[in-house]
Write a protein that binds this ligand. Structure first.
Ligand SMILES: [Zn+2]
Length: 181
């Protein structure tokens, strides 16, 4: 079991309070916060290959806001790490042993107070959903209830997040955090 780190939610940290809720946010699920600059970096990276699937890791942490009365658990996507040594195809993406070991090394060296909170991959021209194979990956490698997936279709300019809700993985809303400076 991972213990969440106590920290006020970005909605309270932001001076101007301009966080935006986008889509439907399930009350019982872990709320996803993503920073403006990180979202931009992910969408820019997603545009790099419009034929084959590419992907990466969402880096951040699991936090708990204890001030809100109830313990409000949330994840914050704070960095993006492109996956290396992946096997890319037009409709599938495989993370290899090297993909994982490089990602774990990078997190340990560059983001030692963070962890891998989820994964990202693209579906060029196919739309945003989790295929049966994607669900297999999510169940096996991102099985904690706070771990998330993000799918981007760079051709149709769409993206979505997916998260655990009870024992299933559903698409979900998120909170967009504008850069403060
Ligand atoms: Zn997929």
């Amino acid at each position: 079991m991972i213990e969440p780190i106590a920290k006020p939610a970005p909605i309270k940290q932001s001076i101007n309070g301009k966080c935006q809720r986008i889509g439907r946010i399930e009350k019982k699920a872990v709320t996803i916060f993503i920073r403006d600059c990180v979202l931009d970096a992910i969408l820019d990276f997603s545009d790099e290959d419009l034929q084959r699937e590419i992907g990466g890791f969402l880096i951040g942490n699991l936090y708990v806001d204890k001030d809100s009365g109830k313990d409000f658990r949330y994840v914050e996507v704070e960095h993006f790490l492109p996956a290396v040594d992946v096997k890319s195809h037009s409709a599938s993406l495989t993370f290899t042993h090297d993909t994982w070991s490089q990602a774990n090394n990078e997190v340990a060296s560059r983001f030692s107070d963070k962890r891998i909170i989820g994964w990202h991959h693209t579906h060029p021209g196919l739309g945003v959903f989790l295929s049966a194979y994607d669900l297999f990956i999510h169940r096996n490698f991102f099985g904690c209830d706070w771990q998330i997936a993000m799918v981007v279709d760079p051709n149709q300019r769409e993206f979505a997040f997916f998260q655990w809700q009870q024992d299933d993985v559903h698409d979900c809303g998120f909170v967009y955090v504008p850069d403060t400076n």
